[in-house]
Design a protein around this ligand. Structure first.
Ligand code: FAD
Length: 416
């Protein structure tokens, strides 16, 4: 076994981007995934690469809003009530994290992290092996009522303080940007610096490019256990009985990461935040700029000729069931903002779902595990995994090669 050998568990955006940058550092990389990598959370998401999203999920005020949403079957948020120790701990830590002080500390770091990632995606887009609909058209945060307008203006002020250049726009100013579709809104904030991409294309092209560079893929079998020797993991056990000897591991298994780490006695707090999307193929009318419908918490992204609409965050114990009421909540919100876009409910089997790996403080876990010196953890990106994917991959390669990291990782320490 070569000394520069590394195994990455999980072939979502985080695992694949880690493979890309580790390969550039000369590692002999193998990606292990229980699926064939043709679908998953990193495929059907809204593809937004967004420095404007520097506010962590856990902020003051979010709990009271969340409790109100729990009682509305069409709302964008739900936690399946259950007595489960991991969920209770997660909720308690979430509650503790909802302070202004913690949010203020996280915001500049998340902003830099997202800006770095955006620049790395731009680099990918200039590489001949890639053509994944990367564009920097910005992001519109549209609102219909005064309360949402006030909240969004407050975020825009903070964004301005941190060096972004958001524009607060009236209804007519937004309409001037979106000439081809009628808007029924009060106004919006335009974050010009943001970008977007077609995630399915990027993931497919990245897998192809990795294969060409000699990265190996062990697909179709789940990691079921490990063999260890003191503070080292020596082998990875797969569901087909195979034992894969290893020198170094990156654990990038998205919403399944906590369960896998439990087998090693490593504890991280993580819950799955299930979300849905549908992709309209070549619709006659569509907005041209990626948009969040702020009251509905629905993401709308033009991707090439298509239009993707996504939303909902349900903490549901990795249940693949599509909740028809919550899907209706997403689809019914569309004509409220775009009166010309009345969308028929598709058969539920055509609705895509993915599980966002959510940490209680809204920050990812990126760094070396305490107990094993050959294990690096990279997960917990929640609604920002696509956006932070490229920079996380680069950060993982910096951590593993003991370089000075481009951004501080203090807030991302796993097992915090
Ligand atoms: C509706 C929706 C919209 C979204 N929109 C955006 C957006 O616009 N911008 C953004 O930044 N983010 C967005 N996200 C979030 C983003 O999609 C996720 O944060 C990201 O995909 C997580 O990537 P990951 O690599 O950590 O996990 P995943 O993509 O889930 O990859 C984990 C991999 O690990 C594998 N695995 C798990 N267990 C095992 C095991 N035991 N053995 C082997 N392999 C295993 C899985 O098969 C999977 O392939 C959205 C998510 C949803 C649901």
């Amino acid at each position: 076994m070569k000394n520069n050998q590394i195994h990455i568990i999980g072939g979502g955006i985080i695992g694949l981007c880690s493979a890309w940058y580790l390969r550039q550092e000369g590692f002999d990389v193998t990606i292990i995934d229980k699926t064939d990598l043709s679908d998953g959370c990193s495929h059907g998401n809204a593809g937004m690469i967004v420095p404007s999203h520097f506010v962590p999920l856990a902020v003051p005020g979010v709990i009271s809003k969340g409790i109100r949403w729990m009682f509305n079957p069409k709302s964008p948020f739900y936690i399946k009530p259950r007595l489960n120790a991991d969920l209770m701990q997660w909720l308690w830590r979430f509650y503790q994290s909802c302070t202004l002080e913690k949010a203020e500390k996280s915001m500049p770091i998340l902003l830099n992290f997202n800006q770095w990632s955006l620049a790395l995606y731009e680099e990918f887009s200039k590489n001949k092996a890639f053509d994944f609909g990367f564009e920097k058209k910005g992001l519109l945060m549209l609102y219909k009522d005064k309360k949402a307008a006030a909240e969004e203006k407050e975020v825009a002020e903070k964004a301005h303080e941190l060096g972004l250049n958001p524009q607060i726009l009236s209804q007519s100013a937004v309409q001037a940007l979106e000439k081809n579709i009628d808007l029924d809104i009060l106004g919006g904030i335009y974050y010009q610096e943001d970008g977007h991409l077609y995630p399915n294309l990027f993931i497919k092209q990245l897998i192809e490019a990795l294969k060409k560079q000699g990265v190996s893929f062990l697909l179709g079998n789940a990691v079921t256990g490990f063999q260890t020797d003191k503070n080292k993991i020596t082998a990875i056990e797969l569901s087909n009985g195979q034992q894969v000897k290893t020198k170094k591991i990156v654990l990038a298994s998205g919403s399944w990461s906590a369960k896998i780490l439990k087998q090693l006695g490593v504890k991280i707090l993580l819950q799955d935040g299930k979300g849905y999307s549908i992709t309209l193929k070549n619709p006659r009318i569509k907005p041209s700029i990626p948009t969040i419908l702020t009251e509905a918490k629905v993401a709308v992204t033009p991707m090439g000729n298509d239009l993707r609409i996504g939303g909902t965050l349900e903490i549901s114990q990795l249940s693949p069931k599509i909740n028809a009421a919550r899907l209706a909540g997403i689809l019914e919100s569309m004509p409220k903002y775009y009166p010309q876009l009345k969308i028929k409910t598709p058969p539920l089997k055509e609705v895509w779902h993915g599980f966002r790996p959510c940490t209680p403080d809204g920050l990812p876990h990126i760094g070396k595990a305490k107990k094993y010196n050959n294990l690096t953890i990279a997960t917990g990106h929640a609604m920002m995994g696509m956006s932070l994917g490229a920079a996380t991959g680069k950060l993982v390669s910096e951590i593993i090669t003991d370089q000075k990291t481009t951004i501080s990782t203090d807030l991302f320490t796993p097992e915090r």
